[in-house]
Design a protein around this ligand. Structure first.
Ligand SMILES: [Zn+2]
Length: 108
């Protein structure tokens, strides 16, 4: 979760407390319509926190997917630059006798 998301969740929590306090005060004064209104607004802050958490989870999952994809691409690039099987197993020190790079290396 980012710093901004944490700050937003804190603000939503503070709003929830304030709205709950307002709902209680409205109930003490007998304003039923206001209690319902404050309770509904309190529910909205809870929904906002849930949504913020969900968004943070999705962002984290996307970052993990991007990192995996980058690693796979790097590995695929590594495999694409490999010359021949013998070159791969000899850690780049020697080529297959049939490898075109074998001839190129000898002529160079
Ligand atoms: Zn080779």
């Amino acid at each position: 979760m980012t710093r901004l998301a944490r700050a937003l969740c804190s603000l939503h929590g503070a709003a929830l407390l304030w709205l709950a306090y307002c709902a209680v005060q409205s109930a003490r004064n007998g304003a039923t319509w206001a209690v319902l209104l404050f309770a509904a607004a309190s529910a909205m802050t809870v929904i906002a926190v849930i949504r913020e958490t969900e968004l943070a989870d999705e962002q984290r999952a996307a970052a993990v997917r991007a990192e995996r994809l980058a690693r796979l691409r790097a590995h695929a690039d590594e495999l694409n630059t490999a010359c021949c099987e013998h070159w791969w197993t000899a850690l780049g020190t020697d080529h297959d006798p049939t490898c075109p790079n074998q001839r190129r290396r000898h002529t160079a």
